[in-house]
Design a protein around this ligand. Sequence first.
Ligand SMILES: C[S@@+](CC[C@H](N)C(=O)[O-])C[C@H]1O[C@@H](n2cnc3c(N)ncnc32)[C@H](O)[C@@H]1O
Length: 259
Amino acid sequence: MNANPYETIGFGYSRHRRPDPRIAAQIEQALGSATTVVNVGAGTGSYEPRDRQVTAVEPATVMMRQRPPGSAPVIQGYAESLPFPDKSFDAAMAILTVHHWTDAAAGLAELCRVSSRQIVLTWDPAVTARFWLVEEYLPEIAEADARLTSLDVVQTWLRRDGARVSIVPVPVAADCADGFLGAYWRRPHCYLDPHIRAAISALANLDHNLVERGMRRLKVDLATGRWHERHQDLLDADTFDLGYRLVTAHSPTAPISRT
Ligand SMILES: C[S@@+](CC[C@H](N)C(=O)[O-])C[C@H]1O[C@@H](n2cnc3c(N)ncnc32)[C@H](O)[C@@H]1O
């Protein structure tokens, strides 16, 4: 396996990457009637439902150690080789993790092997590229995104074997609790905080000098009011579509709604 960046950037994850209740509700709905769930690339346990039987899989010790007391049992392992028999779970969830997998195709095949339904949170890079932080300050993020596994690959893989796939937008609330790349779209000053940036892999993995240069420009634009002039429309919005997409796949015979 390639080095997992979360072994080094994962410190402080649970402080800035708390589950957002609105996203959690979308995941809950997508899980449907599943009672047994495997959470792959589980990190610190965000979005793991409390009222279902969850097993977590996570490779990084740093992340496992931040799981709160009472969270689901966690197995140290990789998506590409899940230590479970075929169809041992009603559902598998993979939240903002597939782009980190060394072999995403193998990992997605494993999700399909061990579960009847798969729920993957990923993003559409064409939409993300238009996010102001990317377009105006760090276009290099879009270049890096193009090399990562995202919506196209995920949905193509999950469609194999005739599975029914639905893709729904996951709008990001202005006060989103989960500090991923797009979380601070209406709180631009947050991107100036190195601790916040350290919990966002797209920024933590980018060349440090590039990020510093972009952030210096953002700081000036915030101080002069240029950012606010340019993004007046955002200031009145409560949610924003930054390209995050929840992909749900299930075999044509599996029930989708919770009973
Ligand atoms: C952005 S975090 C997301 C964690 C969690 N799903 C959440 O929503 O907070 C990405 C996670 O993927 C994990 N990861 C990286 N490579 C992996 C692999 N090959 N298989 C499974 N998980 C992996 C990282 O260790 C990290 O915990």
